[in-house]
Write a protein that binds this ligand. Structure first.
Ligand code: NI
Length: 186
């Protein structure tokens, strides 16, 4: 296992549409293990493959630290390969999000509260689940990474303007985190 350096805003790999993961993708098991280790080390609740430099439709989550507190439910660690998400209702909820690729940035984001996620699990078995609350939020945030979307993309122009300095500093590699970041070439 290894802790992988995390790619930060606004690296091109975070803006690409990720490629589907083929079955028997070489090194997939190792990548998944390393992503979990990196996520736990960084105290994150989710990590998408593009965040560690792999433009693949894959993310890992373990959001129990939030969902047990906020929703009284636990899901354990999850691996989501080639996921598809659709909202199950028009109800939207706003809550503050952060992202390991945007150290020290936390902003409120409005998202559908109930979703259906279809995906391949670690054994490439097809799964479909209906989920809600914080777990649904985390899955949507991670799934966005596979489409080149960051949560700050949902902010209005006023919030974005307030964030500009912070984002510039991240882009220039002037921020540090408690976990390793991919160094920027200045
Ligand atoms: Ni993120």
């Amino acid at each position: 296992m290894a802790i992988l350096p995390v790619v930060t805003y606004d690296d091109p790999v975070l803006r690409k549409t990720a490629e589907p993961v083929p079955e028997k993708y070489p090194g997939l098991d190792q990548l998944i293990e390393d992503m979990f280790e990196t996520m736990y080390e960084a105290n994150g609740v989710g990590l998408a493959a593009p965040q560690v430099g792999h433009s693949l439709r894959l993310f890992v989550v373990d959001a129990d630290v939030i969902t047990e507190e906020e929703d009284g439910v636990s899901h354990g660690p999850g691996v989501f390969i080639n996921p598809e998400i659709k909202p199950l209702s028009d109800d939207r909820v706003e809550a503050e999000e952060g992202c390991l690729s945007l150290p020290d940035v936390r902003e409120p984001v409005s998202r559908p509260d109930k979703i259906q996620i279809s995906y391949l699990d670690r054994d490439f078995k097809f799964q479909t689940e209906n989920v809600e609350g914080w777990y649904a939020r985390v899955l949507q945030h991670e799934n966005d990474h596979l489409k080149g979307i960051l949560f700050i993309d949902y902010l209005g122009s006023f919030r974005k303007r307030l964030l500009k300095k912070k984002l510039d500093n991240i882009r220039m590699g002037l921020v540090e985190a408690s976990y390793p970041l991919v160094p920027k070439e200045l």
